[in-house]
Write a protein that binds this ligand. Structure first.
Ligand code: NZQ
Ligand code: ZN
Length: 385
């Protein structure tokens, strides 16, 4: 285990009926910008709950943030923040609205060109404080400082993070708001959280038994609770467990002191850029191939994953690993996510395009040991045709 500093300042307000608590979390004299997406919050009543809670605050709205939030839209909100002297931003939506909000919060006080925050990882020394009401459990954005922003005009999807400035001050996790999610979005959320854990856990032994067991606990909980949550939106017990698992999957706790992977995410982002496939769905395609192709590098952890997460105890080492990969593919399928490129009518032509985009982003060597080269990406995609 390496040395580490762990600092996570986000206050989590969890449970049914907790949205009203935001009034006490936002300074009474702040001019508040409420950010939201395409309108789901107006249909499921969350918007009204927020407006009721903030009836004594000065509120300005900014809606229409897209799934895979777009730079062109977000810079409009940056202007509003500057012109209206916004003192607090409240994100009401899923990971896209929250990631967009992080960018708005960082870009508004930033003196340079906002795109440099993403393209050049420009240093951020402050941000407008913000909080979140999370309506879709998946990304972990509610308790981490990271954001992923897209700019479709130039075919880019890039991440940034500026801790501590881009941690939400608070996040409200009310599991009842997941009831209005489509089955597809519920399945996507479970798989995104699952792969967040494997990106941090499924590397090589690093003397981190506690981090490993936290990771395995989250994976096992998602395997048990995910199907109940996806099948029945009114199963509030399952919803609570999925919401909390997704937050724990990417709030930094399971990756302290260890080297992590994240190659599947980098590759998956290019599938979203090129073919507009939902984020989690790109992971369901890429991740099983990553495990197969990187089997030698990940061997010990794959065997641990097979034994402890899937309870696979028979067969040769290779057979156990293959069984674990197949069980994971079956799980993704059960969550409603296809796992092959053919399911999206894509063929080998996509391989060259993804590799070209990765190279353009300078992602030549990915993964925990920087061994995921363009040649490896090609092998992974051949496994996924
Ligand atoms: O826009 P609205 O109308 O709100 O509809 C959204 C959207 O269409 C809808 N939705 C959200 N909550 C709902 C709801 N519909 C009904 N009822 C509700 N309660 O769901 C659709 C998808 O929302 P989105 O926010 O895009 O999904 P998600 O939370 O999966 O976020 C995906 C984005 O997060 C990034 C992804 O790359 C992608 O851009 N990620 C962010 C990470 C982070 N910040 O740490 C890590 C992740 O790996 C990921 O890369
Ligand atoms: Zn993800």
């Amino acid at each position: 285990m390496n040395n580490f500093t762990y600092y996570n300042p986000t206050k989590i307000i969890f449970g049914e009926g907790t949205i009203g608590k935001i009034a006490g979390e936002i300074p009474a004299d702040a001019r508040v910008l409420i950010t939201y997406g395409g309108g789901s919050i107006k249909k499921n009543g969350v918007y009204q709950e927020v407006m009721d809670a903030l009836k004594d605050h000065k509120v300005i709205e900014f809606g229409g943030i897209e799934a895979n939030p777009q730079y062109a839209k977000l810079v409009k909100a940056v202007e509003i923040c500057r012109n209206e002297h916004i003192g607090f931003i409240l994100s009401v939506g899923g990971g896209s609205v929250l990631d967009g909000t992080k960018f708005i919060a960082a870009a508004a006080p930033f003196a340079g060109e906002p795109w440099d925050i993403l393209a050049k990882q420009a240093k951020i020394s402050r941000a407008i404080p913000f909080g979140a009401i999370l309506t879709l459990p998946a990304t972990g954005s509610e308790m981490n400082p990271w954001a992923v922003i897209s700019r479709k005009e130039i075919g880019k999807k890039l991440a940034f993070g500026a801790p501590p400035h881009t941690f939400p001050k608070f996040s409200v996790l009310d599991p009842t708001v997941t009831q209005s999610l489509s089955k597809r979005q519920r399945g996507n959320g479970v798989v995104d959280a699952f792969v967040h854990v494997t990106e941090q856990y499924l590397t090589y032994p690093q003397n981190s038994p506690l981090q490993d067991r936290y990771a395995e606990a989250i994976l096992k909980t998602l395997i048990e609770e995910g199907p109940k949550y996806v099948e029945n939106p009114e199963n509030s017990n399952a919803a609570k467990n999925v919401v909390w698992s997704a937050t724990m999957a990417l709030n930094g706790l399971i990756s302290v002191g260890v080297v992590t992977d994240w190659a599947t995410h980098s590759i998956g982002h290019e599938l979203t850029v090129l073919h507009n496939i939902d984020h989690a769905r790109t992971l369901a395609i890429v991740w099983p191939g990553m495990m197969r192709v990187m089997k030698a590098e990940k061997r010990e952890k794959l065997l641990q994953f097979a034994a402890r997460v899937w309870d696979i105890n028979t067969g040769s080492h290779d057979e156990k690993i293959e069984q674990a990969i197949v069980r994971t593919e079956d799980f993704f399928n059960n969550m409603g996510l296809p796992v092959k490129l053919a399911d999206y009518n894509l063929n080998r032509e996509v391989i060259g395009k993804v590799i070209k985009n990765l190279k353009n982003n300078n992602y030549i060597t990915l993964g925990e040991k920087k061994r995921v080269t363009p040649e490896i990406v090609e092998l992974i995609f051949r496994d996924r045709l």
